[in-house]
Design a binder for this molecule. Sequence first.
Ligand SMILES: [Zn+2]
Ligand SMILES: [Zn+2]
Length: 502
Amino acid sequence: MPQLRILGAGREVGRSCIRLDVNNHHFLLDCGIDPAATGPKALPDFSGTSLENLDAIFVSHAHLDHTGAIPELVRRGFKGKIFMTLPTLALVKLLWQDELSIMEREWPKEDRLWSSKEMHQVLNKLAVPTTYHELFKLDSISVNFHNAGHILGSTMTELMYKDFRMVYSGDLGTSSNHLRYWRTEDLAYPDVLICEGTYGGKNRKSREETSKEFIESVRATIESGGKILIPTFSVGKAQEILKILKDSWNKMPNTEIYLEGMAIETLRIYEQFLIYMDDKVRRAYLFNNINPFRWGALRTFRSISERKRMYQGDCPCIILAPSGMLRGGWSIWHMIRIATGEKNLIALCGHMEEGTTGHQLMTGARNFTLKDMISKESKEIEVRCKVAHFDISAHAMHNELCNYISKIKPERLVLVHGDEASLRALAESVRQHAGEIIIPSIGEAINLEHKPLPAPKEVHVEIPISQSTSIIVPKNFSMRVKHHGKESFMRAEEIRSLINNR
Ligand SMILES: [Zn+2]
Ligand SMILES: [Zn+2]
């Protein structure tokens, strides 16, 4: 009997990791860290899991809350294969390098997890790059990756064993970003759907409205001579914000925009995979050579002194710097300098995890002790600049999650990757679309005893053609009918009443 065990992301966002035991094989769906924690506390709960006996890991996408613990698994004896798409492999390399330098720079020595040795072991030997819709087999188990539209290379994982079929959503994208949107056509009626619920119960304003407010706020700050810090995830969010800025750049006063740290290399990877973007972006690129993320005003710093010089002058500018929740990195370095100027703006974008500086800033804290990553000094900072929050997210919002689940109609729905209130709100809205809904806690095991596929829940209409024969068609069926010399489309029920009333 297949079984799931929740090692992470049960009633929380972070350290996504689910073990699937099927036919004496043991797999992990993702293996991430909690971005708000350090040391072993950041890891999934591996107790009760024999790491040497794991056969493979299926990686949904590169974000660290889905991949950050993989090198640690290798350090602890994991020797299996790790399946991910090619863009995910390219992105994961950058994200791990960055995480490694954050661990070395900012974590206490005893808290540090894996080293570059394990990271390279994964990248050189264990990782298997795959692509969408390229069914691969592991013994009697077949796996298929589908586009999830969340960040470049993100997947939904479909796994089949005999007549058991399971879908894992990973993180789901939103319709208004620059990537191809997910489709559900090939995924309907699985035995189990494990679905994320980050935005359960929460809908956002339309992307157009949020982008307008964001651009307005940026424009007003530049006009008043202020500098703007946009802390951003390097992967996904940075490109989304660049695209929003580029699309509205003609409304902006003349200024420069600086891209920092890993967001620079990430942009190069995005540019290599423009074919993964939505139709409009692909067409513009293929036929008119338009790069959606890059334009003349985009700059990078070449040195620390160049950065310092920028702060000596009064010129307004925009800085996009990781990390997105102000956990460390260049965004903290710039925050130390930007926060004290009243004309300046810190524009927070998207979800801020509790415990991060970004969350504290968003919820009103104004006094911080921040570590300058270059000088290594701790500085007391009073935030006097403007702080704004814009809900620009790469995640599907509540309505999109409901739409996704209502189309897939699983026998069992397992909701993860959200706080408990969000997952309960989502469960409430999709109750009629799933046989059973489970909101598991960390450590919980779920037996997936196979149940036969439910009969289609459609109502049928019987249309008599003679006294002894009828045809039975779905209620919504319609066909072209000639009645009194006039042809029109009629629905099944109309045809039946027509025949019955002859
Ligand atoms: Zn993600
Ligand atoms: Zn995630």
